[in-house]
Write a protein that binds this ligand. Structure first.
Ligand code: XMP
Length: 483
């Protein structure tokens, strides 16, 4: 009798419900001592949460809120290139530390006119420019506060350009917030004008905005703008889409396909990494060491892990393929080296997120936990007396149909749907509140194992496998739960 050539892996695949993190003695004094930050390629997150590129989850509102809370949003690709670019631009423009078109004065203005500008715009400092837009001086409140003669000219009050500390750049493209911060800190100035090599005013940065930025947990780029990612596929217009996203100054490109084992995915990663070294390249999905290693060899910065765990995913039912998510993360983390992993799909609670991180994930990608919020696309509906928002799988029959219609996609080979076409997610209110409660829960989880940061959480976490009766014990029982 010969053995079948298919092999059976001895290990049992585990899901989040099959395990618990074992508590450990802890030196954490307060949960505020816990640092949840993580570096994903060139992007620093203070909260290791990424929103899924699904059309019921991440448009510009979600991406903006995610970045404001220290996470990252990946704008979905089920839109034309122009529509996706416009979503990215909205996030990039939502906040700017540099004032690009400051209110300016000229030397001939009188103090009376300056007081009018002060009242109109509520500002007290004015770069002074000549007719060619070149900086000739700086007028701040201390220059005119004691002057009583309202006909005095700006020329007689301002600090001349030769005595003004300024930052000279070729163009605003080379602006770096850290350089501006150190000049403002060292020179103890309140306002830093930015000029080009001809002395033309490009913009200005204020000390107040720099301080505000330092105190924020928001995910920001080198210019102090919110970070945002965007998804691309691997066929049709994918390269043009990626190019236009890069031009729109997206921070991360996510190659978003169900099967990250395809040779084509590796080719696309190589191409993107070659052309856009400055961007964070995320690709997936895979669920094994082999899959992770192949993407790392292609040059990826961040690997997305998860085959079939998603809330609206039917891959395992339809194809019989997948790896239970806890095991997939554990396997993947064992070979990630200095690259990073996003555990994608299957998180239903903050406890699942904590387990995904403890198993070696560097961040998690959430779909259903963020769907149904104010910031997710779509309207609130009432179904069976419940307030809900639509939520569906991106590999569902309806999503394929809509994509075909919308993008005029000529698909040579219609794929089998692997997702739920019509679903609903309970209305949850503001996503910021959802993220705050996740953040608090993660701080608690870290403190239970004595981890000050993610690295320690990875190293200190141990798990115990549990039984069905332990799962029952873990949930509220023996009481009537009202709230
Ligand atoms: P959760 O559980 O957070 O999962 O809602 C979000 C992830 O689910 C994946 N996804 C799908 N997987 N068919 C699939 O097999 C689908 O139609 C589908 N739609 C989304 C995706 O990885 C997402 O981030």
């Amino acid at each position: 009798m010969s053995l079948p050539s298919a092999k059976l892996v001895e290990e049992t695949g585990l899901s989040f419900d099959d395990i618990l993190i074992i508590p450990k003695s802890s030196e954490i004094e307060t949960r505020a001592d816990v640092d949840l930050s993580v570096q994903l390629g060139s992007i620093r997150l203070s909260l290791p949460i990424v929103s899924a590129p699904m059309d019921a989850v991440t448009g510009h509102r979600m991406a903006q809120a995610m970045a404001e809370c220290g996470g990252l949003g990946i704008i979905h690709r089920f839109a034309s290139i122009d529509e996706q670019i416009s979503e990215v631009k909205k996030v990039k423009r939502a906040r700017n530390v540099v004032i690009l078109k400051p209110v300016v004065a000229n030397e001939k203005h009188t103090l009376h006119e300056i007081k009018n500008l002060e009242e109109q715009y509520g500002i007290h400092s004015f770069p002074v420019v000549n007719n060619e837009g070149k900086l000739v001086g700086l007028l701040t409140r201390s220059d005119y506060i004691l002057e009583e003669n309202l006909t005095t000219k700006v020329a007689d009050l301002m600090t001349p350009a030769s005595q003004v500390k300024m930052l000279e750049l070729k163009s605003m493209d080379s602006f770096d917030i850290n350089l501006a911060r150190s000049i403002i800190k060292e020179s103890k100035i309140k306002i830093l004008p930015i000029v080009d090599s001809t002395g033309a005013l490009l913009g200005l940065v204020t000390r107040r905005d720099i301080i505000e930025l330092s105190n924020t947990k928001a995910t920001v780029d080198a210019k102090g703008r919110l970070c945002v990612g965007a998804a691309v596929g691997i066929r049709h217009d994918w390269l043009e889409r990626a190019g236009q996203l890069a031009d729109a100054e997206v921070d991360a490109i996510c190659i978003d396909v169900a099967n990250g084992y395809l040779k084509r995915v590796r080719e696309c990663v190589r191409r993107l990494k070659n052309e856009y070294q400055h961007l964070t390249i995320i690709a997936g999905n895979v669920a094994t060491q082999e899959g992770v290693l192949s993407l790392i060899e292609s040059g990826v910065d961040v690997v997305k892990v998860g085959i079939g765990p998603g809330s609206v995913c039917t891959t395992r039912v339809v194809t019989g393929v997948g790896v239970p998510q806890a095991t997939a993360i554990y396997w993947s983390a064992s070979v990630k080296g200095d690259k990073k992993i996003i555990a994608d799909g299957g998180c239903r609670t903050s406890g699942d997120i904590a387990k995904a991180l403890a198993l070696g994930g560097d961040s998690v990608m959430l779909g259903s936990m963020l769907a149904g919020t104010d910031e997710s696309p779509g309207d609130v509906l009432v179904v069976n007396n419940r307030r809900v928002k639509s939520f569906r799988g991106m590999a569902s029959a309806f999503a394929f149909r809509d994509k075909k219609e919308k993008l005029k996609d000529s698909v040579e080979f219609e794929p089998t749907p692997e997702g739920v076409s019509i679903g609903f997610s309970d209305y949850k209110g503001s996503v910021k509140e959802v993220l705050v409660s996740i953040e608090k829960a993660l701080r608690s989880a870290f403190s239970y194992v004595g981890a000050h940061n993610l690295d320690e959480f990875h190293k200190r976490s141990q798990f115990i496998k549990i039984t069905q009766s332990a799962i029952k014990e873990s949930h509220p029982h023996s009481v009537t739960v009202i709230g």
